[in-house]
Ligand binder design. Structure first.
Ligand code: EPU
Length: 356
């Protein structure tokens, strides 16, 4: 339904607004929740119309991309801005890099496939990550040895208070492990304050495959191919993911539910003393990243079900909707897992998705 806008904006196209909109199809967990008001955002101009709107302008806002990183436990009172900005283009071809751009509402995996079809490799390790292009920098998505920040050029966003358009570089986005300024609301944080409209990626030339991740090394050995092209890496990553991560279209989930915790070398030695098998990765700064999936597995959670939420059979870091789950059931399961991991290892697991 398209509601008419106030007289002052009569000449501008109307905003696409829905009242009491179901969000079930808009979150990959498939959790039931209603948005009191949902506004579909098709352009930066739509964001400015929201900012100038007499009712929505001052209201609290909730930005929804592909819904792949959110656990909805209740109806949403804030005005939900559903980002549907489309468009993909090659911005610039330089000797040292190709810069490509996509609208925030584009599907991430389709965009990765498109870049390869254009002959511009560089994002193939990030194949099949659920969600949208606009959500990718929020999370600083990463997989199989590549993080978004390694390929990031800049992004455009619109300030949700002033309606002003800004372009932000990597520094301003403050990328960290599954983290950015868009996940923080304190000083310098941009959560709920700024809506990403377009993202640009710098794909370095000459291209070289990134094959350092253990499972990709295995594929290299299996195939006897030490110099695969980007399409082959894309296919390998897709096969690895399909073998152990559930397809959200078939089983509701939000990918890894917890971040891999980082501990001090001393803490890690202590745990290794008790559990020599623990999967861990030393980091350059002397700290150690632990495989959260292993910790959860060690506590016996793999394949378990609590209410209508469960721990995926093939990967303990992924919580799933067994069918008809409410967000509160997912949160109850997540808390129980956190408690048992803390009880056994003294480590607090931090959820990756935003819990609403
Ligand atoms: N493991 C277990 N039991 C399990 C699951 C994993 O023992 O049930 C062990 C595995 O044996 C492996 C280790 O944990 O040695 C790491 O597992 P995996 O390679 O699957 O990676 P991960 O650390 O669990 C991270 C990302 C994924 C990303 C993969 C590949 C986080 C929180 N998750 O998972 O990202 O695809 O690496 O790079 O960093 C996501 O963020 O949603 C996501 C799927």
């Amino acid at each position: 339904m398209r509601l008419s806008e106030p007289a002052a904006a009569a000449a501008a196209p109307a905003l696409a607004v829905e009242e009491r909109a179901s969000l079930r199809a808009f979150n990959t967990f498939g959790l039931p929740a209603l948005a009191r008001t949902l506004v579909r955002i098709g352009s930066a101009a739509d964001v400015r119309r929201v900012v100038d709107h007499p009712a929505f302008g001052r209201a609290a806002k909730f930005i929804l991309g592909g819904g792949s990183n959110v656990v909805l436990t209740r109806d949403v009172d804030a005005v939900v801005l559903k980002v549907e900005i489309l468009g993909r283009r090659v911005v610039e071809e330089r000797a040292d890099a190709v810069v490509v751009e996509a609208g925030a509402g584009e599907n991430w995996h389709d965009f990765v496939a498109w870049t390869l079809a254009q002959g511009h490799p560089g994002l193939e390790n990030l194949a099949l990550i659920p969600g949208t292009v606009g959500a990718a920098p929020v999370q600083n998505i990463g997989a199989y040895g590549v993080e978004l920040k390694d390929r990031f050029e800049s992004l455009d966003a619109v300030d949700l208070v002033t309606g002003r358009a800004v372009t932000l570089d990597a520094r301003a986005c403050r990328f960290g492990y599954r983290d950015s300024a868009f996940k923080h609301s304190g000083f310098g944080g941009l959560a709920g304050k700024s809506l990403i409209t377009h993202v640009r990626f710098r794909l370095p030339r000459p291209w070289a495959p990134v094959l350092g991740y253990l499972e990709l090394e295995r594929k290299v050995a299996e195939a006897g191919n030490t110099s695969p092209d980007a399409r082959t890496v894309f296919d390998w990553v897709s096969a690895i993911r399909c073998a152990k991560l559930p397809d959200p279209r078939a089983i509701g989930n939000a990918g890894s539910f917890f971040k891999n915790p980082v501990v001090s070398a001393e803490q890690c030695r202590d745990i290794i003393g008790r559990d020599p098998e623990i999967v861990h990765y030393p980091l350059p700064d002397g700290t150690v990243k632990l495989a959260a999936g292993w910790l959860i597995d060690a506590c016996g959670w793999k394949g378990k079900t609590v209410g209508r939420a469960g721990v995926y059979e093939k990967h303990s870091l992924v919580l799933v909707n067994r069918g008809g789950a409410h967000g509160s059931e997912v949160v109850t399961l997540a808390r129980a897992i956190q408690e048992s991991v803390y009880g056994r290892f003294g480590i607090r697991l931090e959820p990756e998705p935003v819990i609403v």
